[in-house]
Design a protein around this ligand. Structure first.
Ligand code: HEC
Length: 150
């Protein structure tokens, strides 16, 4: 019994000691694939939302689903770019400037998160003008022009 407790304590210390390693940099290639998959989700929700907003597809429920999905994905965008992959040979379209001193990227990512949340709220009001206004504020192009290779 005594031994078991001590072993558990030691195991606890070891777990704590190895935690920082687990949070250390992930493989750049995996990080890039992961964030591109996240941005693909952003892209898919936006494209589907667009078809609904333009009236090509009529479904209020789907419109809410894609706006909420976009807001959820947008919440993860900033973190997905937290790890600097600039000096890796991973195939990325993310410009090195994202991680340069004075980069506006984190602010743009935070603005994107808020804009997507506003869009999701606007969809719930059902007010077409508010939805259109909120959609314009997403800022996809502004960020891509500055921080994404074509
Ligand atoms: C804060 C900046 C920022 C915002 C805002 C942003 N993006 Fe991106 N996006 C990027 C960057 C940088 C990449 C390149 C990622 C990479 O290749 O590692 C990217 C990549 C993508 C990709 C390609 C993913 C792939 O598989 O290569 C799509 C699709 C995309 N974004 C869609 C959107 C849409 C749609 C919006 C708006 C609703 C948006 N993005 C908003 C910065 C942004």
């Amino acid at each position: 019994m005594k031994f078991a407790v001590r072993a558990a304590l030691i195991a606890g210390v070891l777990t704590a000691a190895t935690l920082p390693a687990a949070f250390a940099a992930d493989e750049a290639e995996d990080v890039v694939k992961y964030r591109q998959a996240l941005m693909d989700i952003v892209g898919a929700h936006t494209q589907s939302f667009g078809a609904l907003a333009q009236g090509k597809i009529s479904s209020k429920a789907d419109m809410a689903y894609h706006a909420d999905g976009l807001a959820a994905a947008a919440k993860r965008a900033r973190a997905a770019f937290a790890q600097n992959t600039a000096s890796s040979d991973a195939k990325t379209k993310a410009k090195d400037a994202i991680w340069a001193a004075g980069s506006e990227f984190p602010k743009m990512a935070a603005d994107f998160e808020q804009a997507a949340a506003r869009l999701s709220a606007a969809v719930k009001t059902g007010d077409g003008a508010a939805i259109g206004e909120a959609a314009k504020g997403l800022g996809c192009k502004g960020c891509h022009d500055k921080y994404k290779e074509d």
